[in-house]
Design a protein around this ligand. Structure first.
Ligand code: 13P
Length: 250
C-alpha cells in the first residue's frame, strides 16, 4: 500500500510573517486527518519559521531546491547540511521552473538527487513535458529522457526512496489540468520505467505525484487513478482552506 502524499509548493510566495499566519490556520483545518503524508515547501527564508510552526504536527517540511556540496564558496546556494539542521525531510528537485529559468539540467538534477539521498532528505523529483512536446507526441520520450538522466547511477535501493512528481508544464499555473486519463497514462509509463530499471519492489512502492492546476474540485478524479499517489500543488496550496480541502480529498 502506497501512502499518498499531498505536497504544497509555495514557489516564491509568502514572507516569514505570512508563513507564521498560514500554519496555525492550516493545522486547525487538517486536524484528525489520517492516512496521508502532508508536506509544505515554503521559500528558504520561511523554512525555519514553518518548521517551528508545524513542530509536533503531522505536517512535514520541504525545501524547493538544494545544492550538492555541503559548504564552500558557492554564493547564493543552500547546502543539504543547512536543510537537514532545520528539519527538512524533503526537497523538490528539478522543478520545470528551475529547468526553464535557472539552467537546471538532467545532470544537475541527478547530482542533487544523489546529494539529498546521502543526507536522508527525500527528493521530490519533478519531470514533465512542455506543450509543444505533447503536441508532437513526444511526451513519453521526454519524460523517459528526464527519468534516465535524473536517476543515472542510482541503486535500486536509492530509487525506492525517491518521490517522483509528474508535472506537465502546460498544466502548471494555467488552470488547464491534465485529464485523469492523460495523467494516468504518464504515471503508468513512469512506473513501468522504474520497474525496468529497479524491479518490482521499487516500482510498486514508489510514490508518483501529479502536479499542474490541482484544485479541491479535481483532486478526487485524479486520485482515483491507479498510478497517481498524490499531488504537488502550487497555487491552491497558498490558502489554508483550499489546501486543506485537497488534503481531505478522500
Ligand atoms: P499550480 O498548482 O499552481 O499549477 O503549480 C503546480 C506546480 O508547479 C507545483 O510544483
Amino acid at each position: 500500500m502506497r501512502i499518498p502524499i499531498i505536497a504544497g509548493n509555495w514557489k516564491m510566495n509568502k514572507t516569514t510573517s505570512e508563513t507564521r499566519a498560514f500554519c496555525p490556520e492550516f493545522i486547525k483545518l487538517i486536524d484528525n486527518v489520517k492516512g496521508v503524508e502532508i508536506v509544505i515547501a515554503p521559500p528558504f527564508t520561511a523554512l525555519s519559521a514553518a518548521g517551528d510552526a508545524i513542530r509536533d504536527t503531522i505536517i512535514k517540511l520541504s525545501a524547493q531546491n538544494i545544492f550538492w556540496e555541503e559548504k564552500g564558496a558557492y554564493t547564493g546556494e543552500i547546502s543539504p547540511l543547512m536543510l537537514k539542521e532545520i528539519g527538512c525531510g524533503y526537497c523538490i528537485i528539478g522543478h520545470s521552473e528551475r529547468r526553464q529559468y535557472f539552467g537546471e539540467t538532467d545532470d544537475t538534477v541527478n547530482k542533487k538527487i544523489k546529494t539529498a539521498l546521502n543526507y536522508e532528505i527525500t527528493p521530490v523529483f519533478c519531470i514533465g513535458e512542455i506543450l509543444k512536446e505533447r503536441e508532437e507526441n513526444r511526451t513519453m520520450a521526454v519524460i523517459g529522457r528526464q527519468l534516465k538522466g535524473g536517476l543515472r547511477d542510482l541503486l535500486e535501493s536509492d530509487i525506492s526512496r525517491i518521490v517522483i512528481a509528474y508535472e506537465p508544464v502546460w498544466a502548471i499555473g494555467t488552470g488547464k489540468t491534465a485529464t485523469p486519463q492523460q495523467a494516468q497514462e504518464a504515471h503508468r509509463f513512469i512506473r513501468d520505467f522504474i520497474r525496468k530499471k529497479a524491479g518490482d519492489k521499487a516500482a510498486d512502492g514508489i510514490r508518483i505525484l501529479y502536479g499542474g492546476s490541482v484544485t479541491p474540485e479535481n483532486i478526487k478524479d485524479l486520485m482515483a487513478q491507479d498510478d497517481i499517489d498524490g499531488a504537488l500543488v502550487g497555487g491552491a496550496s497558498l490558502k489554508p482552506d483550499s489546501f486543506a480541502a485537497i488534503v481531505r480529498f478522500s
